[in-house]
Design a binder for this molecule. Structure first.
Ligand code: NDP
Ligand code: OXD
Length: 306
């Protein structure tokens, strides 16, 4: 069995070594245009040339949960594309979003600013019921985040494409229920995949439907948000702030107004990082299953884009 690997990151040699150790029966090579035909591809953001030259792949594994970049390539229609399922990302996402929400709802930025001035001043506590949370995307990550915020005592609703029933969550589905979901939400968490249906979904109109003093946590993809609309709503006071981990252009360009906006907290796409050991274990187990003719989870529904 031959596996071609591609990921343009400093730890690519460790990936190769650990894939080889986990799959000793396989030949695992870093992909180059001269690589021999492989049975499986394991890649993050590969060039089109890899897909074009490796036309005999039995499956292509995406080293991430979001497959928008892979689907930006011309892939053979019948090639199974497999995403990472959690692989250690859900608990990181829970930590990141819980931190962002609590930092906002407890006013910790205000206290940090006061401490920097040496000022001792208490503000009235605010009830969690003042901050109804809405999680867009109730998949592998969104469900875990929604349940964690609920366990922290926030009222939590969720929105997905198909109707779902989840304990303790008010669930909304489809475009026809989007307005009602937004109107009931003050803290909006975006955990949608980026697809033609969800690109630019967070614009002046949708964000404008949130309860006033809204707060956005975007940990999905930058292209979900219309940047100028978010800035306008922050400046108008309709939105109280945003925690943004993902951007249309990454790295976020130095002159982008998000960097300077006092209501925006920025992190460099780290809310849930790919964990090498967990990811290799998951991918290798799926390759072994495929070799045995068994079904695997995480195969992308190409017609839906996620
Ligand atoms: P899943 O594919 O498991 O879940 C996607 C969810 O979004 C599902 O609930 C799905 O609905 C819903 N959805 C999809 N399209 C629509 C639509 N048009 N309208 C309403 N709901 C829709 O994804 P994950 O939870 O694993 O990951 C979500 C995204 O998070 C990834 O695609 C990726 O972009 C991002 N991500 C970001 C990371 C970071 O570090 N910042 C790390 C990892 C992921 P349904 O339930 O009906 O299928
Ligand atoms: C992913 C990501 O999609 O890291 O896994 O953004």
């Amino acid at each position: 069995m031959h596996i071609c690997f591609y990921q343009d990151t400093p730890d690519k040699d460790q990936w190769l070594a650990e894939l080889r150790a986990r799959l000793p029966q396989a030949t695992v090579e870093y992909w180059t245009p001269d690589s021999p035909p492989a049975d499986y591809g394991v890649a993050w953001a590969p060039p089109q040339e890899l897909v074009d030259r490796q036309s005999g792949l039995r499956a292509l594994f995406n080293i991430g949960a979001g497959v928008d970049r892979m689907l930006g390539l011309r892939l053979p229609p019948e090639l199974p594309l497999v995403r990472l399922d959690d692989a250690g990302m859900a608990s990181q996402m829970v930590e990141y979003v819980s931190h962002a929400v609590i930092r906002h709802t407890r006013g910790f930025d205000t206290y940090a600013a006061q401490a920097a001035e040496g000022r001792w001043q208490q503000h009235p506590a605010r009830a969690r019921s003042e901050f109804p949370v809405g999680v867009m995307g109730l998949g592998v990550l969104g469900q875990r985040v929604a349940q964690a915020l609920r366990a922290l005592g926030f009222p939590v609703a969720g929105w997905s494409r198909s109707a779902r029933t989840l304990t303790g969550l008010r669930c909304y589905a489809g475009r026809e229920q989007l307005d009602a979901f937004l109107a009931a939400t003050r803290v909006l968490v975006c955990l949608l995949p980026l697809t033609p249906d969800t690109e630019n979904i967070l614009d002046r109109e949708t964000l404008g439907r949130l309860k006033s003093g809204a707060f956005l946590v975007n940990v999905a993809r930058g292209a979900h948000v219309v940047d100028a609309d978010l800035l306008a709503l922050l400046d108008s006071g309709h939105m109280a702030g945003a925690a943004l981990d993902v951007f249309r252009t990454e790295p976020l360009p130095p002159g982008h107004p998000f960097w300077r906006h006092p209501g925006i907290r920025i992190t460099p796409h780290i809310s849930a990082q790919t964990l090498r050991a967990d990811s290799i274990e998951q991918i290798a187990a799926k390759i072994v299953a495929l070799e045995r003719g068994l079904p695997i989870a995480g195969v992308v529904e190409r017609s839906l884009g996620y």
